[in-house]
Design a protein around this ligand. Structure first.
Ligand SMILES: NC(=O)c1ccc[n+]([C@@H]2O[C@H](COP(=O)([O-])OP(=O)(O)OC[C@H]3O[C@@H](n4cnc5c(N)ncnc54)[C@H](OP(=O)(O)O)[C@@H]3O)[C@@H](O)[C@H]2O)c1
Length: 301
């Protein structure tokens, strides 16, 4: 298939492009600089130099593709995450950008749209499993992911497929994982929420394989995550990956109060079930926690 990828040069995009190419697809990705263009060529993909917010340029770039994947995001990393203003670009990409991508894909006659989304839109599930039918509790920082979902689902009709992938928490050799491990090495806290709450991490490679699996999924919104673990287990895995004695530390109640609603979705218990996606496509996360941290540990060395 001819696959167009917005966000092709990002952490998920790069891994997805590599897998799409090795699965035999012809891939074009957005590359906004010469360096990124070379990266896509190295991965075996073509490059299109377009701005996600330019509807006519996007139409011209998407023309001739069977599938469009929108994996573009701009998530602030480190302490910038706590500044509301740092999320504006991400909100715009998810809310406005997704509408432009979906419209261009429809106008160009693409048959399938795959849209990146997040599980942080679900309410705290406590010890219960979270399925696609579980209650939603968006906050201003996650609302744009719901808008992107609505925009993508509007693409679907009798002939066209829309697949929204609600990913759990990415980890691997990405910027956020490296930032967390560096803090853990310095003895600084990184964890929010209750120790017995669940987290549902997913490696970048498993998320990329889900993008490939989504090429064959029926229209729908799907949760996509690895095996959920209690936060204490996640803290132990972070500590081991950082090479320190013991587990990663939790923020104090005082700091958590200071972080307020911006960090609240990260404190929720997320015992994410990916069974619907497994039933639809056969996909399962393949990486365990120790293996999942290996790329970040390698980069640190
Ligand atoms: N579910 C999750 O836990 C989750 C989800 C998303 C991200 N994250 C994490 O957040 C951290 C930062 O990730 P990120 O998403 O900011 O960076 P990223 O993955 O490096 O980049 C996202 C992609 O979107 C593209 N993009 C951004 N704005 C664009 C625009 N206006 N037009 C066209 N393309 C545009 C970028 O292009 P350029 O390369 O040209 O900038 C890049 O290809 C990472 O650690 C990642 O793992 C986690």
């Amino acid at each position: 298939m001819r696959v167009f990828v917005a966000g092709a040069t990002g952490v998920l995009g790069t891994a997805a492009v590599r897998r799409l190419v090795s699965s035999g697809h012809e891939v074009t990705g957005i590359a906004r600089s010469e360096e990124k263009r070379r990266l896509l060529y190295t991965l075996g993909a073509e490059a299109a130099q377009v701005d996600l917010f330019d509807p006519s340029a996007m139409r011209a770039a998407i023309e001739g593709h069977d599938v469009v994947c929108n994996l573009a995001t701009r998530i602030p990393t480190g302490t910038a995450m706590m500044r509301t203003a740092a999320w504006r670009e991400n909100d715009r990409i998810r809310a406005e950008g997704s509408a432009i991508v979906a419209k261009a894909a429809a106008e160009c006659g693409a048959l399938r749209l795959i849209q990146e989304a997040i599980t942080y839109v679900y309410a705290d599930g406590g010890q219960d499993w979270i399925t696609e039918k579980s209650p939603i509790a968006a906050v201003p920082l996650t609302q744009s992911s719901l808008t992107a979902t609505t925009n993508a689902m509007g693409f679907a009709d009798q002939y066209r497929f829309a697949v929204v992938l609600r990913f759990g928490m990415f980890y691997g050799a990405d910027a956020l994982t490296r930032w967390q491990l560096e803090r853990v090495r310095r003895g600084k806290p990184v964890l929010n929420g209750e120790p017995d709450a669940y987290v549902s991490p997913i490696t970048i490679e498993d998320a990329a394989s889900a993008v490939v699996a989504a090429l064959a999924a029926p229209t729908g919104i799907y949760n996509v995550a690895g095996q959920p673990v209690h936060r204490t287990e996640w803290a132990r895995a972070l500590g081991t990956a950082a090479g320190v004695d013991g587990s990663a530390k939790f923020f104090s109640p005082f700091v958590r109060r200071l972080l307020g609603s911006r960090a609240e979705p990260l404190s929720r218990s997320q015992r994410i079930s990916s069974d619907a996606f497994h039933t639809a496509t056969g996909w399962r996360a393949r990486t365990d926690l120790a293996e999942g941290f290996a790329p970040a540990v390698k980069v640190a060395r």
